[in-house]
Design a binder for this molecule. Structure first.
Ligand SMILES: Cc1cc2nc3c(=O)[nH]c(=O)nc-3n(C[C@H](O)[C@H](O)[C@H](O)COP(=O)(O)OP(=O)(O)OC[C@H]3O[C@@H](n4cnc5c(N)ncnc54)[C@H](O)[C@@H]3O)c2cc1C
Length: 489
């Protein structure tokens, strides 16, 4: 008999298991469906950037003590990130729909939980320079809120979690595919049915924490909830997240919550494999589109590439790309911005030419229209202030639709480059409803005794879109809460 069984092997599950143990649960078991060499879910593939609140810049020093020495002026240059700013970002990108109770818990606990990850989780952090640092001349500028990641990104995050879990004497079973929950006659969840190398068995416990991801890997559920175009979507991360935990929870009466028709999906290189590759992790992302233009198969621009910083648009643009003909678009840049492209662009070869005509002739699009679009864009671009990638610079187009509202420089400096991209799904937004103790709520609006959820399984926080660095923060915050509550239940 276990005190707490945690289902899953990602960030949320590990945080929950560690918290349960820390809060007095004697026998804790973590059940991971994947074999040991494929453990860790999406967490392993992640860029491991955490978005959290800090009121004084010195609050970052404990995570990145060398930053001021490495980047003189760092302390002065980093914008503070108070609770109100985090809430504003979350509200803006979710069109005001983020769950008020859960978002408050997430935001209020974000800094303290990151400290807990460092102290109890034994994680080491660093500046996420390659992805979040914006080079202006010889200086780096930093966007607000999400600039710190764990060392060795998701690979480090996942391996450190497992080391900590093992070090605390928590049992781990790999290749442990949890199929269903068991309940006592009172309705309390009191165990799980698991299929493992030992066969089918029922394991008993006092409380179960479900932290086994969304349904992004499941083509049937993707088609059912997200729509036809998602049937063939490439999966950026783990190939084990089929919505198993959601199904188990719904089967015992859990309330579906949040945006079941929504997901996080990003522009990734068109040749990316069908599932995430463990060595490549998140390197298929192509997120520097605010500095260029994006052309679809009809040869037209179809979106405002400079609507906001990419940290606030990348998670919805993947889905918009999938809706374009063929599910692919061309990202086009000139050589003025080449040094500003994320280093990840170097992991695949672009098409190149010294003229826009020459570039367009190589593109898998309506070439006549594409050249017309690029020429029209060049005539319309360059209005407003000076180009400044560190701020919403207001350098905009005039007289074309869709407009580009920031960073709209002309494409006028050869060579010109093109990367073809598609939309890759990261995780789904639909989940189950939980309360402030991370207890799963039933469709009767009452907590299901003995049952908790954390991570991607939690519904309500994200709708339509997502601010970069919030998924892992949510998993850590609600994993920690679930572990504590389950241990004390
Ligand atoms: C390429 C990429 C980059 C990302 N970058 C960032 C980033 O920089 N910052 C950020 O905040 N977020 C990022 N994310 C999102 C982030 O990774 C997820 O939000 C987070 O990892 C979710 O954690 P989780 O524990 O809920 O799920 P996961 O980490 O996906 O873990 C789910 C676990 O459940 C297991 N499982 C599934 N079904 C069962 C079952 N039936 N029985 C037992 N186990 C089961 C899986 O094997 C897996 O171990 C990124 C994601 C990807 C794919």
């Amino acid at each position: 008999m276990y005190d707490v069984i945690v289902v899953g092997g990602g960030n949320a599950a590990c945080a929950a298991a560690v918290s349960a143990k820390e809060n007095g649960a004697k026998r804790v078991l973590l059940l991971e469906k994947a074999p040991r060499d494929q453990r860790g879910g999406n967490t392993h593939f992640s860029g491991a950037i955490f978005r959290f609140v800090f009121n004084e810049i010195e609050q970052l020093d404990r995570f990145i003590p060398g930053a001021e020495a490495e980047f003189p002026g760092f302390h002065k240059g980093v914008p503070q990130y108070p609770k109100a700013a985090f809430l504003e970002d979350l509200m803006r990108v979710t069109e005001g729909r983020t769950d008020p109770e859960l978002s408050k818990i997430l935001i209020d606990a974000s800094y303290d939980t990151t400290c807990w990850m460092q102290q109890v989780g034994k994680h080491e952090f660093e500046l996420a320079r390659s992805v979040m640092g914006i080079k202006v001349g010889n200086e780096y500028k930093w966007p607000r809120g999400a600039i710190v990641r764990t060392v060795h990104e998701g690979v480090g995050l996942s391996s450190t979690w497992f080391k900590t879990v093992e070090g605390m004497g928590i049992d781990i079973q790999y290749e442990a595919h949890v199929l269903e929950l068991t309940q006592s006659t009172s309705g309390r969840v009191n165990g799980v049915v698991v299929r493992s190398t030992k066969g089918l068995e029922t394991l008993e416990c006092k409380a179960v924490i479900l932290a086994c991801g969304g349904f992004e890997t499941n083509p049937e559920w993707r088609t059912r909830y997200l729509g036809q175009e998602w049937g063939h979507a490439k999966v950026r991360g783990s190939n084990f997240n089929y919505g198993d935990g959601l199904k188990m929870a719904l089967d015992v009466g859990a309330m579906p919550w949040g945006h079941w028709g929504g997901c996080h999906a990003t522009p990734i290189v068109a040749e990316a494999p069908d599932y995430g590759v463990r060595k490549l992790t998140d390197k298929t992302n192509r997120l520097s589109y605010p500095y260029g233009v994006m052309i679809n198969a009809e040869g037209k621009r179809w979106v405002n590439e400079g609507e906001d910083f990419n940290a606030f648009t990348y998670a919805k643009f993947g889905g918009l790309i999938l809706k374009q003909t063929g599910g692919k678009v061309c990202q086009i840049f000139d050589s003025k911005v080449v040094d500003m492209l994320e280093p990840r662009y170097k992991t695949s070869e672009p098409l190149r030419s010294d003229t826009l005509e020459g570039l367009v002739k190589q593109l898998p699009v309506d070439q006549e229209q594409a050249l017309k679009t690029l020429n029209e864009y060049n005539q319309a671009a360059g209005h407003g202030k000076d180009f400044n990638p560190a701020i919403l610079d207001g350098l905009h187009t005039e007289g074309i639709e869709p407009a580009k509202s920031n960073w709209a420089q002309k494409l006028d400096t050869p060579p010109y480059l093109c990367w073809t991209v598609t939309g890759g799904i990261t995780f789904t937004f639909g989940g189950v409803k939980i309360n402030k103790e991370a207890q799963i709520i039933s469709t009767g609006w009452k907590p299901i005794e003995g049952l908790y959820a954390a991570g991607e399984m939690v519904g309500g926080l994200f709708h339509y879109n997502y601010p970069l660095g919030t998924g892992l923060m949510s998993g850590a915050v609600f994993g920690r809460i679930a572990g504590r509550a389950a241990a004390q239940s």
